[in-house]
Design a protein around this ligand. Structure first.
Ligand SMILES: Cc1cc2nc3c(=O)[nH]c(=O)nc-3n(C[C@H](O)[C@H](O)[C@H](O)COP(=O)(O)OP(=O)(O)OC[C@H]3O[C@@H](n4cnc5c(N)ncnc54)[C@H](O)[C@@H]3O)c2cc1C
Length: 406
């Protein structure tokens, strides 16, 4: 038998593609014992499936890949996702920060809806696709598993990236794409914490800062500046400003972190010099309370600077003042490495978007071949943008296939 469509991978992209192709013979292959294992982990088991942000703002959440995703995101928006689940009886809640979750706060309810939507699809679990071939003359795809070979007119590759390999996403789709003549942009962990050299903040684990500025330096050149929330963990630095911008970071780069609420080092210098001058009789520790920075961080910075916290401000010499200005407003950290695929939430890189039609998700090389979800070279910020992109790209592919098969 020849299927109209074979879908490889039962994550949100694969399931949603299947859900949106009706009245066709569809086969979905999933290597795990159940589809959607990663979806169950998402949003700490609560599944943050989209964001309430205006869809026009969404495009900025994917770095330079917003342009490629524009048609997909406008064609199936965040409101459409909310509406889809609503119609299936799963209401959404929107958190203050814009993140959208199922009302039950259970990822398993989201997965249930998706699985319920593919009851017209033949699903083979515990069945890994091992090889993919294309017969140019017959215009047929062949997908080999350990015990079978399946044939189809259309193939959708939705195997995800390489992050959290235990969830089934082990980068198989990259090999399939390559074997079909596609180019890969080197995959790399993204949405991942960052390990820095000589990390001194182990005991500050859990301390966070809102809206701080970080500049990223490559060589001696300032590459970019980012603003957002920051977190110390017991082994690395994290929080949205680190996770979301880890896509731009590499080992050896320097991060200069402004822990103050002032704009830059120069502004802080003026503020700090005034503070010290006006607090002559106070200990440095007491004076620094005015910075509105967590106390334990201040104590740590004083320790790093080698300054006795009881020293009076009037006794603080120029060198110490200089050191503190730099540590508070331009703390320099050298990146040792990024978190690997076991802790990176998504994968940057993947199937080159130059070779995929952004209006249909169809390969520009082989007609009938489609890609959707994280296997493609895009990665979104935290906040529901990755699952939304998986749905939106899958919807485009499904619609294109529906149009093509009478
Ligand atoms: C811990 C964690 C939390 C996250 N939280 C969120 C969140 O709250 N919001 C958000 O937007 N994003 C979140 N993400 C990212 C999001 O889960 C992914 O971007 C999304 O799941 C990608 O969907 P996908 O369908 O493209 O791929 P995946 O979800 O990775 O699914 C791919 C599927 O393909 C299967 N597969 C792979 N190879 C084969 C093969 N050879 N044969 C058969 N099947 C195969 C896999 O087993 C898997 O089921 C999170 C990620 C992680 C790791």
């Amino acid at each position: 038998m020849i299927y109209h469509v074979i879908i490889i991978g039962g994550g949100p992209a694969g399931l949603f593609a299947g859900a949106n192709i009706r009245d066709k013979k569809i086969l979905l292959l999933e290597k795990n014992e159940i589809p959607g294992k990663k979806l169950l982990l998402s949003g700490a088991g609560q599944c943050n499936y989209t964001n309430n942000m205006a869809i026009s703002e969404f495009l900025k959440q994917y770095g330079s890949k917003g342009r490629f995703l524009k048609t997909a995101l406008y064609n199936f928006t965040n409101c459409d996702v909310i509406d889809f689940f609503d119609r299936k009886g799963l209401k959404s809640i929107i958190r203050e920060d814009g993140k959208v979750f199922p009302h039950s706060l259970k990822a398993k309810d989201v997965l249930e809806v998706l699985i319920d939507s593919v009851n017209h699809v033949e699903i083979l679990t515990r069945t890994a696709a091992e090889k993919v071939l294309y017969d140019e003359d017959k215009k047929l795809f062949y997908v080999k598993t350990h015990s079978n070979t399946f044939a189809s007119y259309n193939l959708i590759i939705t195997t995800g990236g390489k992050s959290y390999p235990g969830s089934g996403s082990t980068g198989d789709g990259y090999q399939f794409a390559r074997s079909l003549g596609h180019t890969l942009v080197e995959p790399k962990p993204a949405l991942t914490p960052v390990y820095v050299e000589d990390y001194p903040f182990k005991e500050l684990s859990g301390i966070s800062f809102k809206n701080i500025k970080i500049s990223l330096w490559k060589g001696n050149r300032k590459f970019n500046e980012f603003t957002g929330s920051f977190l110390f963990t017991h082994v690395n630095i994290s929080g949205p400003v680190i996770l979301n911008n880890s896509r731009y970071m590499d080992a050896g780069d320097i991060l200069k972190i402004n822990f103050t609420s002032l704009h830059n080092e120069e502004e802080f210098r003026v503020y700090f010099e005034n503070l010290i001058r006006d607090s002559g009789k106070l200990s440095i520790k007491s004076a620094l309370k005015q910075l509105n920075i967590p106390k334990r961080f201040i104590e740590k910075v004083l320790e790093i600077a080698g300054i006795d916290e009881n020293i009076l401000c009037s006794q603080l010499n120029k060198n110490y003042r200089k050191k503190l200005i730099q540590l508070f407003s331009s703390y320099s950290m050298k990146i040792k490495n990024l978190g690997d695929y076991h802790i990176a939430m998504v994968t940057k890189g993947g199937v080159s978007t130059d070779e995929v039609n952004s209006k249909t998700m169809e390969s520009k090389k082989i007609s009938g071949l489609y890609f959707a979800g994280e296997v493609l070279d895009y990665d979104g910020n935290t906040g529901g943008f990755n699952i939304q992109a998986a749905f939106s790209t899958a919807k485009l592919a499904a619609e294109a296939i529906e149009r093509d098969i009478p």
